[in-house]
Design a protein around this ligand. Structure first.
Ligand SMILES: [Zn+2]
Length: 417
C-alpha cells in the first residue's frame, strides 16, 4: 500500500505488540504489525506509546498570563474574581490573542489535540476576547480543535446586558454556553436562563459549580433538574464541585448515581482547586478535590483539566494535561494500574466524550496521533512522560527532541528507558 505518513513501532491501547500506523488524506489508513507500505514520510518510534492526543475539557485562554497585572494577597476565589474583573476591563483583542496564542502553543507541544476554552462576554470584556479567540480558533485549526464556551463569570440576572451578549456570542460562532451560579444573586434563575440560551441555540452547557468546601448547600440539584427537564442529558458539564470532597462516601455515591443517570459530566481542576480552597484551615488543610475517580466508577463522565494558567486563580501552569492527570492521581492517592489508567482516561477518552468529539485510533478515523516517551498510558502518568511528536488530521503539528546525555568519551546516548 501507499500512504502519506508511516509511523513504525508504536504501542497503542488494545494491542499486545508494537504496530505500524499509516495515514493518508487526514485519516488512518492502516494499523498493524510490520506494514508493507510505501510512504512519503516514515519514522520509527522504537515502541513508544501513541494515542489520539490529550483533550483539554476546561481552560480559560482569555484570562491566562495576566499575573503581572494582578495582586494576590489573600489567594481566595473572591479575590481572584475581583482582580481578574479589574484586569479584564483593560483587555484588548490583540492582547487576548497574544496571551491565548502563547497558551495554545504550549498545549499543542504538550500533546493536546482538542480543547474547550471558556471566554467571558460581559460589559467589562465586551466582545473583544471572543473576537480574539474566534480568530485564533481558525488560525490554529490545523493543529487543534478549539471549542469556545461563551461564559458568564460574574453573574447574569443582575446584569441583563450579559445575557444579550451571550446570545450575540452564540450567534457569532461560540460553540456552547457556560454559567457560574455561585456568583449570581439568583442562582436558580441563572441556571434556567443559561439553559434557555442553550436550547434556543441548540448548544451544550458548561457550569462552574459548587466551588467551596461547605457541604450544607449545593446548586447541583438545580443543574440536574434542568438537564432532565430540557432533555439535555449528555450535553451538560459541571466544573470544580469541590464540595464533594467534604461529603461522606455514601452521599458522594448517591450524587454520582444521579449525575450518571442525568448525563451530567464532571470536571476536576486540580491546580486551581488545590490553590484556592481550604485557606481558612490553619492546619490539616483539606485537599478540596472532588473524587473524580470514584464518580467515574459510578458511570459519570469524569475529566481532569487545566482551568487557569498564570493568573490569580492559578499562578502556575504549562497547559500540560499529562502533568495535570499526574497531579490529580498523586493528590487523590491513586496507586494501582487500573486507577492510573482511569486518570489517563480523564484527559483522553472521557474528556472527548464530555466534548462530544470523534476520538480513537481506528482505521478510517481521523489521523490525530500523539506519541509519548513511555511504554503505555500508565507509565506516561506515573513518570510524567514528555510528548515526542504529534499529527492532527494527518499533518504533523509538533515535534520535541528526546534528551541526550553526553559521555566522557565524547559519545552521546538517550537516558535509559
Ligand atoms: Zn474555570
Amino acid at each position: 500500500m501507499k500512504a502519506d505518513t508511516l509511523l513504525r513501532n508504536l504501542r497503542i491501547a488494545g494491542r499486545d505488540g508494537p504496530v505500524d500506523l499509516a495515514m493518508t488524506n487526514g485519516r488512518i489508513a492502516a494499523i498493524g504489525p510490520a506494514l508493507v507500505c510505501e510512504a512519503v514520510e516514515e519514522e520509527d518510534f522504537g515502541g513508544a506509546f501513541a494515542f489520539p492526543g490529550f483533550v483539554e475539557s476546561h481552560i480559560h485562554l482569555d484570562k491566562a498570563c495576566i499575573l503581572g497585572r494582578c495582586r494576590i494577597c489573600e489567594g481566595t476565589l473572591a479575590e481572584a474574581v475581583a482582580e481578574t474583573a479589574r484586569a479584564k476591563a483593560g483587555f484588548t483583542e490583540e492582547d487576548v490573542h497574544a496571551r491565548a496564542s502563547r497558551v495554545l502553543d504550549r498545549a499543542i507541544v504538550a500533546g493536546t489535540t482538542a480543547m474547550r476554552s471558556f471566554v467571558e462576554v460581559d460589559p467589562r470584556a465586551g466582545m473583544r476576547s471572543l473576537a480574539a479567540l474566534l480568530r485564533l480558533r481558525a488560525e490554529r485549526a490545523h493543529a487543534i480543535d478549539l471549542q469556545l464556551c461563551a461564559f458568564a463569570q460574574e453573574g447574569l440576572t443582575q446584569e441583563p446586558e450579559t445575557e444579550r451578549m451571550l446570545d450575540a456570542a452564540l450567534a457569532a460562532g461560540a460553540d456552547l454556553v457556560g454559567g457560574c451560579p455561585y456568583t449570581d444573586p439568583d442562582p436558580a434563575a441563572h441556571v434556567a436562563r443559561i439553559f434557555d440560551l442553550a436550547v434556543a441555540h441548540g448548544v451544550d452547557v458548561d457550569f462552574h459549580l459548587d466551588f467551596d468546601l461547605d457541604p450544607s448547600w449545593s446548586h447541583l440539584d438545580l443543574v440536574v433538574a434542568e438537564t432532565e427537564r430540557r432533555g439535555w442529558g449528555g450535553r451538560v458539564t459541571i466544573g470544580h464541585v469541590t464540595k464533594l470532597s467534604m461529603m461522606a462516601p455514601v452521599a458522594v455515591e448517591a450524587i454520582g448515581r444521579r449525575l450518571a443517570s442525568a448525563g451530567v459530566a464532571l470536571t476536576v481542576l486540580p491546580a486551581t482547586d488545590l490553590f484556592l480552597t481550604g485557606r481558612d484551615h490553619a492546619l490539616a488543610r483539606p485537599r478540596g478535590l472532588a473524587p473524580a475517580h470514584r464518580l467515574a466508577g459510578l458511570g459519570v463522565t469524569a475529566t481532569v483539566a487545566t482551568n487557569n494558567v498564570l493568573n490569580p486563580f492559578t499562578p502556575f501552569g504549562d497547559a500540560s494535561l499529562g502533568r495535570m492527570a499526574g497531579l490529580y492521581a498523586n493528590v487523590a492517592q491513586l496507586a494501582s494500574d487500573a486507577e492510573i489508567a482511569a486518570a489517563f482516561d480523564m484527559v483522553g477518552a472521557a474528556a472527548a466524550r464530555a466534548l462530544r468529539i470523534d476520538y480513537g485510533l481506528a482505521v478510517g478515523g481521523p489521523a490525530d496521533v500523539v506519541v509519548l516517551d513511555a511504554a503505555d498510558a500508565v507509565a506516561a502518568i506515573r513518570e510524567t512522560a514528555p510528548p515526542l511528536a504529534g499529527w492532527k488530521r494527518g499533518r504533523r503539528s509538533f515535534v520535541r527532541l528526546r534528551p541526550m546525555l553526553f559521555e566522557p568519551d565524547g559519545g552521546a546516548r538517550p537516558p535509559a528507558p
